[in-house]
Design a protein around this ligand. Structure first.
Ligand code: SF4
Length: 365
């Protein structure tokens, strides 16, 4: 797009700074990105894109630290939704066995293990369209959240759509962050999911933000979408106010039995471009290299870190698919001179943090 001026990282007038007083720099956090601008960044020669992303990264993030998040499926399979990429949907025959909600003690034992292995955030995923209102299961999840926090870990959950009351209960239980991905662009979304709308997703994200819980929202590439769809999703995320505190960038893991099982693997440099574009558009976010990392070489992962990714899922299994094991991740960090991000560093760095508002639903539309 030669006619679009490529935005520079220091061109704006809205200050953003963080971390060391010695290295504070002014970085613009914008909520008015256009697709054209973002596409122009995304399409830069890769070395230029990496350089720009690294400039933003060094001004806004601990430069040599990577957040280690542990992810546990606390309730697996038999989900009513039809997300085309997901082996947990009841609509597809993928061989994933449905499991009931785990006991609180079993979840907390896993959280303790994750902490001992070096994780700073513990994410709990349940394959639900939404939690049942006032259910025993939801109360169990609240107990899990409190227990994880009591261990000194950040607690994140992904439970599907939430209403105002559930959001507040999670906040009161101490939830640090809530994951609810946009998955793709609004235009392409209907090709991937039909059982809930893009607006449903934005509504839950708005409730979470308004309750003062950090938003974790990102998406997946490699589902047959165009580059414009990828960039469009990042622009939608960047134009949320506040911007998400963490942005998972997933590469599709094509699971046999899902409608997307014939998609070809994502080229690692496409993932690098997504990480770098996300870093520039969302300077304060943790950019999380998520699903698909198991198929990346160490060098490709390091390029993603150079591009601004500074968070990974840590542990040999994601919700149902594979991930590098603890030892290989710790070896990669050690060999690259990187260190795990401590929870207190993570809590200090949220961009555009917003206090809870009086009514949670008013920003939903
Ligand atoms: S991604 Fe989540 S909501 Fe969609 S089918 Fe899988 S478990 Fe259900």
């Amino acid at each position: 797009m030669p006619s679009v001026k490529v935005p520079g990282p220091y061109a704006g007038n809205l200050a953003y700074s963080r971390h060391s007083a010695k290295t504070v720099q002014m970085i613009e956090v914008r909520n008015d990105w256009t697709r054209e601008e973002a596409r122009a960044l995304h399409d830069l020669p890769l070395t230029d894109l990496l350089f720009r992303a690294q400039e933003v990264h060094r001004a806004t993030q601990p430069r040599d630290a990577v957040q280690l998040c542990s992810l546990l499926s606390i309730k697996t399979g038999a989900c009513q939704e039809d997300c085309s990429y997901c082996p947990q949907s009841s609509k597809y025959d993928t061989g994933v066995e449905a499991e009931r909600l785990m006991d609180v003690d079993a979840v907390l034992a896993k959280a303790q293990e994750a902490k001992e292995a070096g994780a700073s955030r513990f994410c709990m995923g349940a394959a639900w369209r939404s939690p049942k209102k006032g259910s025993r299961q939801f109360k169990q999840v609240l107990e899990m959240v409190g227990g994880v926090r009591a261990l000194g870990l950040e607690a994140c959950a992904t439970l599907g759509m939430l209403d105002d009351e559930q959001t507040q209960e999670l906040k009161d239980a101490g939830l640090t962050a809530y994951n609810h991905n946009l998955d793709t662009s609004e235009e392409y979304y209907g090709e991937i999911i039909t059982t809930r709308t893009y607006q449903d997703r934005l509504d839950t994200i708005a409730r979470v933000a308004n309750a003062g819980i950090s938003v974790c929202a990102g998406g997946i590439i490699g589902m047959g979408e165009s580059i414009d769809d990828r960039v469009g999703m990042l622009v939608t995320l960047a134009n949320l106010s506040p911007q998400p505190e963490s942005v998972p960038v997933n590469a599709l893991v094509a699971v046999p039995g899902t409608p997307l099982d014939d998609q070809k693997p994502v080229d690692s440099l496409e993932l690098v471009r997504m990480c770098a574009t996300a870093r520039i558009l969302m300077p304060g976010a943790r950019v999380r290299l998520s699903a698909g990392r198991a198929s990346l070489s160490r060098e490709a992962q390091l390029l993603c870190f150079m591009a601004g990714a500074n968070s990974v899922f840590f542990g040999d299994k994601l919700l149902t698919t594979g991930n590098p094991d603890h030892d290989s991740d710790l070896a990669l960090l050690r060999d690259a001179g990187l260190s795990p991000l401590e929870p207190e560093q993570a809590e200090g760095g949220h961009a555009q943090h917003r206090e809870p508002s009086a009514t949670a639903s008013d920003a939903a539309e």
